[in-house]
Design a protein. Sequence first.
Length: 173
Amino acid sequence: MIRLLTCALMLFVLGLPSAFAQSGNQPELRLRQGSSFDSFDYTYISPWMLKSMQQKDLTELQGIPVDKVEHIEILKTKVNGNYTPFKSIINKLSDEMKLIGYNRDGFKGVKICVDSSVLKDSFGCPLTNPDGSEMEVVKRVLVIQWNKNGAEHLVTYIVGTFSPQEVNSIFHF
């Protein structure tokens, strides 16, 4: 009995660090809550799925290299885009980010937000471009598309490491 308890304790102690390491690698899924809503389709493209892709770039994202994307979440509806919990998730996420593009044409439109940060050296000082401006990297991109005055929505949330120029080329700004 003591051997059994000792073995169980050893397995627990040895397995504990790997459990923490695995939980630290899990991405924060910001749109996953929408998978429980009626009439919503949720898609998650994991880091493993991206690594196993045969193609080297994402044609839907204007040729962004797959190795720059960490994960993608997509939330889509065709009838219930004005659902209050859905709007709450999307508004909270977009409020955390910087609006870089907005276009509305009649009953359809698109809103694009990014979350960028300034790159810093090992001493915590901002890195600068040759023109003296601070170097930035975009970590998150949120694209919200709607149609039929908000009844239909397609929300794409992309996490990765992109230069501002790459994000501009994705959306042709």
